[in-house]
Design a protein around this ligand. Structure first.
Ligand code: NAD
Length: 292
């Protein structure tokens, strides 16, 4: 297998910008693409701010921040990823969107290039089937915020080769992160455990057991969680939370994964959490205010 030097990132949302950031900091050349051009520009400025913050804190050298910034090239079209050795897809959590991207990448990338997805829940085997190279396909599930969080879940599809798996492990180590290997089941390990808890917290709110503040304070001080579950849901994005619950519900065919109707309603309203300015909290002022 060729050495991985150039990495494409598809989807420049909150996860895509973090993935581009950590690859660039680890010395890779990065091409960052999004279907919405303005998201690429927004991601570039977020990356710049985050690198500057890390340098100001003394966590990284100024020169490394500057080198990382210079290593990321915006890519307006998917074609600009043609010479990448690896592409990490981090577009919206939707199987049809992801399959379309991988179908197109199959025609654009070199035959020996690897493909990875940052999906939170969708079948790796299913996404791999949309490509011309299921053996060179793997799940690399980063955590939010990517520059801060230590873990990358690594998920092999049924056809993923040993060589691809070994290369993925080397890449994650080079990023300075730790892996947890999960089998290819709906939502893998982290979200199989985390998302039902978040969904239950939303049920607790829906049924009037407690207010937003009481639920979040309860779990922070009562279970020693660094963030309350509703705060965390807003941070992840309520559309992503709902998509993951739907994959769990349909994939495991068990009613215990039924998405809370209040979560469905919020997503219908476009209240997606932090990224849209409103979710279980209102983010329009200097301090987030509970909405219920
Ligand atoms: P986001 O909404 O911030 O960003 C998604 C981006 O994908 C948007 O910028 C959108 O324009 C882009 N996009 C949509 N269709 C596209 C296409 N056809 N081609 C290129 N770009 C396209 O969402 P996010 O939180 O960054 O999530 C992205 C992925 O990461 C999802 O698969 C999600 O499940 C996964 N993930 C999210 C979290 C989290 O905490 N939010 C954690 C781990 C993994």
């Amino acid at each position: 297998m060729n050495e991985i030097k150039k990495v494409g990132v598809v989807g420049a949302g909150q996860m895509g910008n973090g993935i581009a950031h950590v690859f660039a900091l680890a010395g890779y050349q990065v091409r960052l693409h999004d279907v919405a051009e303005e998201r690429i520009a927004a991601a570039m400025s977020i990356i710049e701010k985050n690198l500057a913050r890390q340098a100001a804190k003394g966590n990284i050298a100024e020169a490394d921040a500057a080198r990382a910034r210079a290593a990321i090239t915006p890519a307006v079209s998917l074609d600009a990823l043609a010479d990448c050795d690896l592409v990490v897809e981090s577009a919206t959590e939707n199987q049809a969107i992801k399959k379309k991207i991988f179908g197109e990448l199959s025609n654009i990338l070199k035959k020996d290039a690897l493909m990875a997805t940052n999906t939170s829940s969708i079948s790796i085997t299913g996404l791999a089937s949309a490509t011309d190279r299921p053996d060179k396909f793997i799940g690399l599930h980063f955590m939010n915020p990517v520059p801060v969080m230590q873990l990358v879940e690594v998920i092999r599809g049924i056809a993923t080769s040993k060589e691809t798996f070994e290369t993925a492990k080397i890449i994650v180590a080079k990023l300075g992160k730790t892996i947890a290997v999960s089998e290819d089941f709906p939502a893998f390990i982290v979200n199989r455990v985390l998302m039902p808890m978040i969904n239950e917290a939303i049920y607790t709110l829906y049924e009037g057991v407690g207010t937003v503040e009481a639920i979040d304070t309860g779990l922070k001080l009562g279970a020693n969680h660094p963030m309350g579950p509703l705060e965390l849901a807003d941070f992840i994005g309520l559309d992503t939370c709902l998509a993951i619950m739907q994959v769990l519900y349909e994939g495991l065919a068990d009613s215990k994964y039924r998405p809370c109707p209040l979560l469905v309603k919020y997503v219908e309203a476009g209240w997606l959490g932090r990224k849209s300015g409103r979710g279980f909290y209102d983010y329009s002022g200097p301090v987030p205010q509970p909405t219920r």
